[in-house]
Design a protein around this ligand. Structure first.
Ligand SMILES: Cc1ncc(COP(=O)(O)O)c(C=O)c1O
Length: 384
């Protein structure tokens, strides 16, 4: 018998679609992948070289649970140079991906019965991390008019005595929308009024296309911020991320990290030291420009096909589209599109239950040529 809480933990439907897509490919079918939430680019060469050098130099033992001191300093220096904020390296915890950071923070803040406010649609694992601790994820339906983000008024309307935190992502997955700076400051104020905590997942921070990115750390030392080497840095498989916490929480986070995973992977931490070098950053900025080109192609192309995208994404690499003029069953739609046309996308039901049956997510994590092929196949599929 498995534990009861597993009943509240849903699988990713997109995984079944991905498995089917791989089966079709093994049978010789060509598939356009617009379901995958990771960059198609491989890790930049200077980072790979630093990883190889680390392995060859014998950097294969545990690091301190909070992370390699040099990496914590490099992350702090990046906050200073990119955003002009001074973060003591001692407030940075290096984790196995943003996933590790999310697990640490929920373990830190959630008691059985504690509520954590989050958005619907939103990143699906968040509610499961809260479930794992027997807390109550409160997924608040957010609309396109709200930029699919949690604002201060909505937070106040949903805050209850057992709420301990609000967890948002900006830019968001699956909508790519950014919470404007003033709205972030107001949200933090509203959380403070209630004596709660604000957790901001900034994993897509440097994949912003229309404006200069900012960090919620600009608004105070009491906010918890999560980030990762996965997306912008192209290091998904290295499993490396970080969090920034108020100083008072570092000692308990150290204890949790020691117990939950001892430390983040050592070769990955050494490799990441090269992630902030000018030659790496030049590669990453080029890649961001490529993502912007893809978005600028795909957004109007999908709209021309009849998908309704009420909020143009400003960041990440996703487009969240209303497909109700074609189907009111997003899983069936994604399934049929894959089987008939060889195009893989993610059904809205993976991101919550707010109009999830009438939405799908397109990821532009494949080349422009593949996106063009995907749009051509979609056009043919929708004509039938
Ligand atoms: C919003 C968000 N947070 C966290 C993660 C986890 O990323 P990782 O553990 O690879 O850093 C993802 C991955 O897709 C994500 O979209």
């Amino acid at each position: 018998m498995t534990a009861q809480r597993l009943r509240s933990i849903a699988p990713f439907h997109v995984m079944a679609l991905l498995a089917r897509a791989r089966e079709l490919e093994a049978d010789g079918r060509s598939i356009v992948h617009m379901e995958i939430g990771e960059p198609d680019f491989t890790t930049p060469a200077p980072v790979v070289a630093a990883g190889i050098a680390a392995l060859q130099s014998g950097h294969t033992h545990y690091t301190p649970a909070l992370g390699l001191p040099a990496l914590r300093e490099a992350i702090a220096a990046d906050y200073r140079s990119r955003f002009g904020v001074d973060i003591a390296p001692g407030r940075i915890v290096v984790t196995p991906g943003a996933s590790g950071a999310l697990q640490l923070l929920t373990a830190l803040l959630v008691d059985p019965g504690s509520r954590v406010l989050m958005t619907d649609p939103g990143y699906p694992c968040n509610r499961n991390f809260v479930h794992l601790l027997d807390g109550e994820p409160a997924a608040i339906a957010v609309s396109a008019a709200q930029g699919y983000q949690l604002d201060a008024a909505t937070l106040r309307a949903h805050w209850t005595d057992n709420c301990v935190a609000a967890l948002i992502a900006s830019p968001s997955n699956p909508t790519g929308t950014v919470l404007p700076r003033a709205a972030m400051a107001a949200l933090l104020d509203a959380v403070r009024e209630h004596g709660g905590h604000l957790i901001v997942d900034e994993i897509y921070q440097n994949l912003c296309y229309d404006q200069k990115p900012y960090t919620a750390l600009e608004f105070g030392d009491d906010v918890f911020v999560i980030n990762s080497f996965s997306k912008y840095f192209g290091m998904t498989g290295w499993r490396l991320g970080w969090l920034v916490a108020p100083q008072a929480f570092i000692a308990p986070l150290d204890i949790l990290a020691q117990n939950l995973f001892l430390a983040a992977p050592t070769p990955a931490q050494h490799a990441a030291l090269a992630a902030f070098q000018p030659d790496t950053l030049a590669i990453l900025e080029q890649r961001r420009d490529e993502f912007r080109l893809r978005r600028d192609y795909l957004l109007p192309a999908l709209q021309a096909l009849g998908f309704v995208i009420r909020r143009a994404p400003e960041g990440a690499f996703y487009l969240y589209a209303d497909c109700s003029c074609f189907s009111d069953d997003s899983f069936r739609f994604a399934h049929d599109l894959l089987e008939t046309a060889g195009v893989a996308i993610t059904p809205g039901i993976d991101f919550g239950s707010n109009a999830a049956e009438t939405h799908v997510r397109f990821a532009y994590t494949t080349s422009l040529e593949q996106l063009q092929l995907g749009v051509q196949r979609l056009a043919e599929f929708l004509q039938h």
